[in-house]
Write a protein that binds this ligand. Structure first.
Ligand SMILES: *[C@@H]1O[C@H](CO)[C@@H](O)[C@H](O)[C@H]1NC(C)=O
Ligand SMILES: *[C@@H]1O[C@H](CO)[C@@H](O)[C@H](O)[C@H]1NC(C)=O
Ligand SMILES: *[C@@H]1O[C@H](CO)[C@@H](O)[C@H](O)[C@H]1NC(C)=O
Ligand SMILES: *[C@@H]1O[C@H](CO)[C@@H](O)[C@H](O)[C@H]1NC(C)=O
Ligand SMILES: *[C@@H]1O[C@H](CO)[C@@H](O)[C@H](O)[C@H]1NC(C)=O
Ligand SMILES: *[C@@H]1O[C@H](CO)[C@@H](O)[C@H](O)[C@H]1NC(C)=O
Ligand SMILES: *[C@@H]1O[C@H](CO)[C@@H](O)[C@H](O)[C@H]1NC(C)=O
Ligand SMILES: *[C@@H]1O[C@H](CO)[C@@H](O)[C@H](O)[C@H]1NC(C)=O
Length: 436
């Protein structure tokens, strides 16, 4: 899930029409894990910081305490509880008694940053809400104190896209070695619909550094910091984002990067984005899709009622927008639906649900998947609700280049949220076998 909060965009539409349609993964009536909230979306959004805690992105008791304090289904309550926890944790990070030790500093600031991220997650429905930027600024400042206290500090970098594309990629470089000449395998890591590159540190970077891999995380248009600073929504031709990152790695980090083991990871909706980039960027050695995505429009539209699809397909966008926005404003939608509309409009930079769906039609791998020429790990999740069946479609189209792996049971949530150990060991075992 990327972590829908990692995003799991598909289920919001399921929820829109009929909350009981949402798959077993999010059904509180039949959960495969102990519930953290009776609201299935919030249950997931509480599992994400718990999952990040295994690599220092939170502490168990405080998150379980927050879970107890949050009123199920009340998005304001969720934000406020995490905002308060973030503030309290920040105060602990600033306590001079603790600051003598970089490990204290790092853990406490990383946890504060995670809690600020959670405080932000449900705020995007009102673009004028000043908390969207103020909490994010706190989040970035906290995270930067965390990466500065790593044994080898992480470094923020801005990478310009091609001149004609006119945007700037936000990235963070993490070295696995102090040496200036060891050429090490390197991961390029990107998220999807809503998660931040700071989430990627906990989900992918920390496990990779521990295994001797350098990492670079990045954000492009539509993703948290670029969306805020540059007012840009998602673009489908994602090689415009990844190619400048590859250029950077192979020039600025030439001495320390093994160009034969340069791997792109895409998380959640990033399963589409990474596939797109891999089709047009020949210098990558392999790609890892967590999980495989074929067609985003197909995934979302099937959750609408036939009447709604008809209105949209007939081109009556005014009526379609009214229908969805009125339901949202009335405050009667399930959390997943409300959040999905808020985040979808914000991250695609539009106020029109119809425009959102029209944009999403472009996020389909069919037209370019045959251009991918490298080995691809295609993840699938047994409890996935958005992209059901799509990872297999991707793997079938890739043929011998693909390894399809289904994560099962309690590791089977969207993006394997809450099962970070299984995710990391599976990815790294595949990389070892594939590139070794
Ligand atoms: C609950 O989940 C289990 C395991 O996936 C399944 O066998 C069972 O049919 C489900 N029960 C209901 C009521 O959905
Ligand atoms: C869910 O609701 C039930 C019934 O009201 C309650 O007993 C239980 O404690 C709730 N679970 C959580 C995680 O809030
Ligand atoms: C939601 O939570 C907020 C903050 O705790 C509270 O002020 C508000 O009254 C709650 N809303 C509803 C509808 O209960
Ligand atoms: C968190 O701290 C800020 C000031 O830094 C304050 O404005 C805000 O009200 C606090 N939020 C909560 C929920 O405690
Ligand atoms: C959005 O936020 C702004 C700034 O806080 C506020 O003035 C406005 O009333 C809010 N709009 C809605 C629809 O809540
Ligand atoms: C580039 O982007 C900036 C900021 O978004 C904008 O002001 C400027 O007009 C753009 N330039 C071109 C050539 O598109
Ligand atoms: C669009 O829907 C509205 C509201 O139902 C209706 O009044 C209008 O005639 C429709 N327009 C078209 C072109 O179908
Ligand atoms: C795979 O693991 C083996 C055993 O540790 C090691 O010798 C080899 O270097 C690894 N290969 C890669 C590509 O990491």
């Amino acid at each position: 899930m990327k972590i829908k909060s990692s995003a799991y965009m598909g289920s919001f539409l399921a929820a829109l029409l009929n909350s009981s349609v949402v798959s077993a993964a999010y059904s509180t009536a039949n959960s495969s894990i102990l519930l953290l909230s009776n609201d299935s979306t919030m249950n997931f959004d509480l599992l994400t910081p718990l999952g990040e805690s295994i690599t220092g992105g939170g502490d168990i008791g405080p998150i379980l305490g927050a879970a107890k304090d949050i009123e199920a289904g009340n998005m304001t309550s969720f934000s406020e509880v995490f905002y308060k926890l973030a503030n309290d944790t920040k105060a602990q990070a600033e306590d001079p008694e603790n600051a003598y030790d970089p490990l204290n500093v790092r853990e406490t600031w990383f946890s504060a940053a995670s809690y600020f991220r959670k405080a932000d997650g449900y705020l995007h429905g009102n673009w004028s809400n000043p908390l969207i930027n103020s909490i994010w600024a706190e989040h970035l400042a906290a995270f930067d104190k965390g990466i500065a206290a790593l044994p080898i500090p992480g470094k923020r970098i801005q990478i310009p896209a091609a001149t004609k594309d006119n945007f700037t990629i936000e990235a963070i470089w993490y070295s696995a070695s102090e040496s200036n000449h060891d050429k090490l395998p390197t991961l390029i890591i990107g998220n999807g619909f809503d998660a931040a590159q700071e989430d990627s540190y906990h989900n992918f970077v920390a496990p990779a550094l521990a295994r001797g891999w350098n990492c670079i995380t990045y954000e492009g248009p539509g993703q948290p910091t670029v969306r805020r600073n540059q007012n840009l929504g998602f673009i489908p031709d994602w090689e415009k984002v990844v190619t400048p990152v590859v250029d950077y790695v192979l020039s600025e980090k030439k001495q320390v990067v093994d160009e034969n083991r340069l791997v792109l990871i895409g998380n959640s909706f990033g399963g589409y984005l990474a596939a797109r980039a891999a089709a047009f960027e020949p210098r990558l050695s392999a790609a890892v899709l967590i999980d495989g995505v074929w067609d985003n429009y197909a995934a979302y539209i099937r959750e609408l009622s036939p009447e709604q699809i008809e209105i949209y397909e007939a081109g009556n966008y005014t009526q379609f927008d009214d229908l969805l926005l009125t339901a949202r404003e009335a405050g009667k939608l399930p959390t997943g639906a409300a959040w999905g509309i808020d985040q979808g409009l914000w991250s695609f930079y539009t106020h029109s649900p119809a425009d959102f769906f029209t944009q999403v039609k472009k996020y389909n791998v069919e037209g370019f998947i045959d251009k991918i020429k490298i080995p691809v790990f295609v993840g699938d999740a047994e409890l996935e609700s958005s992209y059901v069946g799509q990872p297999k479609q991707v793997a079938d189209a890739l043929g011998q280049l693909a390894t399809l792996h289904t994560f099962k049971g309690v590791a089977g949530f969207h993006c394997q949220t809450g099962a970070g150990q299984e995710l990391s060991r599976t990815i790294h075992a595949w990389l070892n076998k594939t590139l070794g």
